[in-house]
Design a protein around this ligand. Structure first.
Ligand SMILES: Cc1ncc(COP(=O)(O)O)c(C=O)c1O
Length: 377
């Protein structure tokens, strides 16, 4: 079935006796047992909750996963993923990750004895050279945040195949509507469900979707042990958001294509990064492994003063962190999302004080362009 249909019908309540066409919010912490040693399948909401379960099943269907676990935030999901590792294990991570992921790796990861190597996961020779007998996890974002680097997930999976190394792909930017990394050979897909999946800037959520039952079992044990689960109401908001995922992704992408092309014509803009531009690095790889490019753009203006001025002059677009909602947001990565990325990495990537990041929403494209135009000049 096409994912457009699965977004609408892929979420069902296995306990439905009323014919309700939406999944109810089981706002319930605990469940009564019919008898000693007997269970309805639900015991305590840290372990299972029917609303969350319906959402998890839906993401699993969309991502072609064996299992999906829903967390309170994207960071909680990534923390649980790192909990799979042992002290002394090594992680190879994309050098252009969401800043919060870098903060997690550099603080808690290192504190718990993990070795971390940052590199361009699109560069297979560099990944190959960095692998050691202790490497257990490769963590990639594609397109990456905020420099929009593309990783060939299938080629990376082939490189890692046969070794005891998990490949985790953060699919927050594209969602399963445009890309399904598990079908390309990744072992685990990460989502900040706060973004496109929820889509309305009204709920935080995170997901791990996994290919193997063995990894799922390990993660489920960590999940119920550490408890950063998604609450029933947030689960419902995510279910509701996903119903319009296809429409939102298509409209936001159409807007992004128009805005990226227009930004290129502006003399105040010196560089535009958008994966859907024909000459964007990685365009051909993305064409092979995804059905769309998403709606995240980052661009450099000619001077830092202009970046600050643009943020102050926006009228329609919000100057705010986060991405993937119906509202267009502009972010200043160097002081917001990526403030914790070490300076040497920022410099190497070109993540400068002239860089602005745009999460394009579903408004009218001309209205968005009018707003950016008046803010730029
Ligand atoms: C690509 C990516 N992954 C993970 C996260 C973390 O998600 P959350 O904010 O839901 O914890 C973010 C947040 O911006 C993100 O952009």
């Amino acid at each position: 079935m096409h994912s457009q249909t699965l977004c609408v019908h892929g979420c069902t309540d296995g306990n439905n006796v009323t014919g309700a066409v939406t999944v109810p919010v089981y706002q319930c912490a605990t469940f009564a047992h019919p008898a000693l040693g007997d269970t309805t399948g639900y015991d305590y909401s840290r372990q299972q909750n029917p609303t969350r379960e319906a959402l998890e099943n839906q993401i699993a269907v969309l991502e072609d996963a064996t299992d999906c676990l829903a967390f309170a935030t994207g960071m909680a999901a990534i923390t649980c993923l790192l909990d799979l590792l042992e002290p002394g294990d090594e992680v190879i991570a994309s050098d252009d990750l969401y800043g919060g992921s870098v903060r997690l790796l550099n603080n808690l990861g290192k504190k718990h004895g993990l070795g971390i190597t940052y590199l361009d996961t699109g560069n297979l020779a560099a990944v190959s050279a960095a692998i050691t007998p202790q490497t257990r996890l490769v963590l990639a974002e594609s397109p990456s945040n905020p420099m929009m680097h593309i990783t060939d997930v299938r080629a990376l999976a082939d490189l890692l195949s046969g070794r005891d190394i998990l490949l985790a792909a953060d699919n927050t930017f594209l969602t399963p509507y445009f890309c399904r990394p598990l079908t390309l050979g990744a072992d685990i897909v990460i989502h900040s469900g706060t973004k496109y999946l929820g889509g309305h800037n009204d709920a935080l959520a995170g997901f791990l979707a996994v290919r193997s039952a063995e990894i799922s079992e390990k993660l489920r044990l960590l999940y119920k042990t550490t408890g950063a689960i998604l609450a029933p109401w947030e689960s419902y908001l995510l279910i509701r958001g996903i119903k319009t995922l296809a429409l939102r992704m298509e409209k936001a992408q159409a807007n992004a294509l128009e805005i990226a092309a227009w930004l290129r014509t502006k003399p105040e803009v010196t560089h535009v990064r958008y994966a859907g531009l024909l000459d964007a690095p990685g365009y051909n790889i993305l064409r092979k492994q995804a059905s769309g490019f998403g709606s995240m753009i980052s661009f450099d203006v000619d001077k830092p003063e202009r970046a600050a001025a643009v943020l102050g002059r926006l009228k329609l677009i919000h100057f705010a962190e986060s991405l993937g909602g119906v509202e267009t947001l502009m972010t200043y990565p160097i002081v917001q999302t990526h403030a914790d990325v070490p300076e040497d990495i920022r410099t190497k990537l070109g993540l400068s004080d002239r860089l602005l990041r745009l999460s394009v929403g579903i408004e009218n494209a001309a209205d968005l362009i009018t707003d950016i135009e008046q803010a730029l000049t």
